[in-house]
Design a protein. Structure first.
Length: 244
């Protein structure tokens, strides 16, 4: 979704983006962290900044700092159709603070130059009180999206539609992950392609969203792996510092 539009809605670009559901039939990831020490480690807002992509990691990537924000957003989303599953899907994919009780949040915006047209890339990183609460975001998204391939909702004076939402079979990243793609439109306008991966590492969930990407599978796989590695390292350091 357009970053500028998100700003107009009074939230981060990430907040009006999609987030994730895993491919049907793929084995469900274990809820337990690879390193049990990080299960109880809650990262601070400062520590969440470790997830930061750069042109060194991804050529032709530029920061879009005007779309950055910190602080948990507690918007409650409600689907106009599709029943409670689609409302759950919206709140899960947008990491609604009202539903999932995030403690800290750091969002960043980027643009990526391609031969086709610029790709809008965003990361949204949220820490939770426990790994179980973070996992609930992944589970809710994965389950509810099966019933919400097409949905509509309103935010303030804006009307959004999601269509042809399908799972993406991206290999598991971190402790658990799920991804999907589809198209979105604003006020009944032209549809734009988007894809998102949602990843849990310990007590943290990171959403990576790509809009208008010619190769969303590869882009999300690369950025997701990097984000997970950075979070894993930061959580292990935090666990060591606490002597756990």
């Amino acid at each position: 979704m357009a970053l500028g539009l998100a700003a107009a809605c009074g939230g981060s670009g990430s907040k009006v983006h999609s987030v994730a559901s895993q491919a049907a039939g793929a084995p469900k990831a274990k809820a337990a962290s690879l390193d049990p020490r990080v299960q109880a480690v809650v990262l601070s807002e400062k520590q969440l900044h470790v997830v930061a992509f750069s042109d060194t990691d991804f050529p032709l990537l530029k920061r879009a700092p005007r779309y950055d924000r910190t602080g948990v957003t507690s918007i409650r989303y409600k689907a106009d159709a599709g029943g409670p599953e689609c409302t759950t899907f919206l709140n899960a994919q947008f990491l609604s603070g009202s539903y999932y009780h995030g403690l800290h949040e750091v969002d960043r915006g980027y643009t990526l130059t391609t031969t086709d047209r610029p790709v809008q890339l965003e990361s949204m990183v949220v820490s939770y009180p426990s790994a179980r609460e973070a996992e609930r975001v992944i589970d809710d998204t994965r389950t509810s999206v099966k019933h919400c391939s097409n949905l509509h909702y309103r935010l303030k004076n804006y009307s959004f539609s999601f269509k042809e939402v399908v799972s993406m079979p991206i290999p598991r990243t971190g402790d658990d992950s799920t991804a999907f793609q589809g198209s979105w439109s604003l006020q009944g306008g032209n549809a734009e392609p988007w894809a998102t991966e949602l990843i849990r590492v310990g007590t943290v969930v990171v959403s990576v969203n790509a809009t208008s990407s010619p190769d969303p599978f590869r882009l999300l796989q690369q950025t997701g792996k990097q984000a997970a590695a950075e979070l894993r390292h930061e959580e292990v350091l935090a666990a060591d510092a606490k002597g756990t």
